[in-house]
Design a protein around this ligand. Structure first.
Ligand code: ASP
Length: 327
């Protein structure tokens, strides 16, 4: 007999894994954002613990470095009363494929409830999800997807603007190598926002328009009258070859400063997933502008969103949904 469901919000996300935003419905996205929104107040209280995940085990398995994402998944699990274990795995010495599957099978044998996985290869997290019995959350796989980042960005925007539909959102910078951009494009277009991508031609993926976005290479034209300016880090670790002339020149044409920002709506909000390269993709003063920048709020929303995802996935599992749904 499966244990009875703890009282709480109804199941909002009836899937075993969260591997990406692509393919999620607007109702599923809304459900996760609503649940996350309900956790914001708990995170602002002195007493931040709930018992929704008491007795559950979460393993953070990170094959790539992370500060914000790993810490916020850890906090999220602990605030929900789960036991959380962090594992950082060095990939350098062993063949990556073997490391991934071997490690997954070893951890699977310890019967965790959720594995939170980050890996430098696109698709690696989905592969791992096929091998284990527990839920898997993609905490970023190569340049493919970073679903919880897009959800926390959406929660931040919705709390500031009251909606997502109809907003004009400009995603600027290294779109080609960015999993943040890809997840955000899927989410925002599904929710009815108008998405623009702005990048140097070398950093715009071919046929990006097929994802339902408008592409620009000129910052001022792309930022015209937009409601949200989302900056991206130059992902030099994923670049093979020269994609930008120099960081100085990059800043001159594609870095966000007050001059270029003037093209956006006067109340446009500024976002960045972090870590920021100040003076490369964003001017330091703009990043710290408390009237325009919501970068710190994004970090705060990250904990609430990860609580919602962990809660939703374990709720679905507890309700004894067939394990082989595997979506
Ligand atoms: N932290 C985000 C990620 O893991 C963005 C970045 O690294 O630039 O993708």
């Amino acid at each position: 007999m499966p244990p009875a469901l703890a009282p709480g919000p109804a199941i909002v996300f009836d899937r075993r894994h969260l591997l990406g935003i692509e393919g999620l419905s607007a109702a599923e996205i809304d459900g996760l954002i609503d649940l996350a929104d309900s956790y914001v107040a708990l995170n602002r209280q002195a007493e931040k613990k709930s018992s929704a995940l008491r007795g559950r085990t979460i393993i953070n398995l990170f094959f790539e470095t992370s500060t914000r994402t790993r810490t916020s998944f850890e906090l999220a699990g602990k605030r929900l009363g789960a036991d959380v274990i962090n594992m950082a795995v060095a990939t350098s010495s062993i063949k990556k494929g073997e490391t991934l599957i071997d490690t997954a099978m070893t951890l699977n044998a310890m019967r965790p409830d959720v594995l939170v996985v980050r890996h430098p290869e696109s698709g690696a997290v989905s592969l791992l999800a096929q091998k284990v019995d527990c839920s898997v959350v993609n905490a970023g796989d190569g340049s493919h997807e970073h679903p919880t980042q897009a959800l926390l960005d959406a929660l931040t925007i919705r709390r500031r603007r009251g909606r997502l539909a109809g907003l004009v959102v400009a995603i600027c910078g290294d779109v080609r190598h960015s999993r943040v951009a890809r997840s955000n494009i899927h989410l925002l277009t599904t929710m009815g926002a108008h998405v623009r991508v702005i990048a140097p031609p070398t950093l715009l993926p071919a046929a990006i328009e097929r994802m339902g976005v408008e592409a620009f290479t000129d910052m001022r034209r792309g930022l015209e009258a937009c409601d949200v300016v989302m900056m991206l880090r130059l992902q030099v670790e994923r670049m093979q070859g020269n994609f930008v002339p120099s960081t100085r020149e990059y800043f001159r044409f594609w870095g966000l400063d007050y001059d270029k920002l003037a093209a956006a709506r006067p109340d446009a909000i500024i976002m960045h997933p972090g870590p920021m390269n100040r003076g490369v993709e964003i001017d330091s003063e703009v990043a710290d502008d408390i009237d325009r920048s919501v970068i710190r709020e994004q970090v705060e929303m990250g904990v609430a969103v990860r609580m919602a995802c962990l809660d939703a996935l374990t709720r679905a599992a507890r309700a004894n949904r067939p394990a082989d749904k595997g979506r």
